[in-house]
Design a protein around this ligand. Structure first.
Ligand code: CP
Ligand code: NVA
Length: 319
């Protein structure tokens, strides 16, 4: 598959990026293709001021390194400007209603990126505002991360369809978005997690329906060894996500046996690659030997946040 020269089946018709479940397979491939082109141009020193004069409001009610920096640098590289809005500093944090915030920001800027807890808040912004809204992570989904993950997998494997992608860990935002993103591009997806940390049933159903269109499967299991066997791509995430810090000790106990270490990783294919959205807790969900090992592609993955999100902004905000 030559994604750089991907020919769209239909014009890109999305207004927002709330979850990848809203996107067709064709639209996801269009984003990835655009991301590869923008990356190539950037490396060749070719400017691409696609969003000259446009502004992106970036609302954060949770911490961030990658998302904040990659969106802010990305909009700048596209000729526009980003405004970092900490949830504590804007009136939203003092109780100004989300619908009002959405309508006010729509009068000033050309797009909103938001990282917050509730997916329904991201959806409310999209509903009440009149500009594109991009989900920069909620408790349920992290679509920008998974676009970067798919791009990274494509760069290292040359294909997406038919690969086996295994996620080990909490059935939370990363597991959800990986199941959706992977199934939409024709991968076999396996999520291995303890029984009290299963992904939402509705998301599993969506992903299984997506996969069926390719004759592929999405499986949730507690058998971490079987999940790892023959995997082309292995991913994990922290056991305690943002907002769950007080459960850290309990989670460390509950996730015993779910650490991606050298022994577990050796069950995957010999050329399997390892990804982690970061930040990582070495010694907990993954050992240093794996995450800092020769088959880890975590920094390519982090870099690709920039390129993937530039593609999302370009496609949504070009207008
Ligand atoms: N992976 C990711 O979203 O990183 P940040 O929390 O640093 O933005
Ligand atoms: N699951 C993690 C992802 C961080 C990028 C969290 O929500 O904290």
């Amino acid at each position: 598959m030559d994604l750089l020269h991907y020919i769209p089946k239909k014009p890109f018709a999305q207004k927002h990026l709330l979850t990848l479940q809203d996107y067709s397979s064709d639209e996801i491939l269009q984003v990835l293709s655009c991301a590869l082109k923008l990356k190539k141009e950037l490396k060749e020193g070719i400017p691409h001021p696609i969003l000259a004069g446009k502004s992106l409001a970036m609302i954060f009610t949770k911490s961030s390194t990658r998302t904040r920096v990659s969106f802010e640098v990305g909009i700048h590289q596209l000729g526009g400007q980003g405004l970092f809005l900490s949830g504590n500093d804007i009136q939203l944090g003092r109780g100004e209603p989300l619908p009002d915030t959405a309508r006010v920001l729509s009068r000033f800027v050309d797009g909103i990126m938001i990282r917050t807890f509730k997916q329904s808040d991201v959806e409310a912004l999209a509903q009440y505002g009149s500009i594109p809204v991009i989900n920069g992570l909620t408790d349920e989904f992290h679509p920008c991360q998974v676009l970067a993950d798919l791009m990274t997998i494509y760069e290292h494997k040359g294909i997406l369809e038919g690969l086996k992608m295994t996620f080990v860990g909490d059935g939370f935002n990363m597991a959800h978005s990986l199941m959706i993103g992977g199934s939409k591009v024709g991968m076999d997806v396996v999520v291995a997690c303890p029984k009290d940390y299963m992904p939402q049933e509705r998301v599993v159903r969506w992903a299984q329906e997506n996969a069926a269109a390719f004759g592929r499967t999405v499986t949730v299991t507690q058998d971490v060894k079987a999940a790892m066997e023959d995997a082309d791509v292995v991913l994990t995430d922290v056991f305690a996500s943002m907002g769950q810090e007080e459960e850290s000790a309990k989670r460390l106990r509950d996730f015993e046996g779910y650490q991606v270490n050298e022994e577990l990783f050796s069950l995957a294919k010999p050329d399997a690659i390892f990804l982690h959205c970061l930040p990582a807790h070495r010694g907990e969900e993954v050992t240093s030997g794996v995450i800092d090992g020769p088959r880890s592609v975590i920094f390519d993955e982090a870099e690709n946040r920039l390129h993937a999100q530039k593609a999302v902004m370009a496609l949504l905000m070009k207008g």
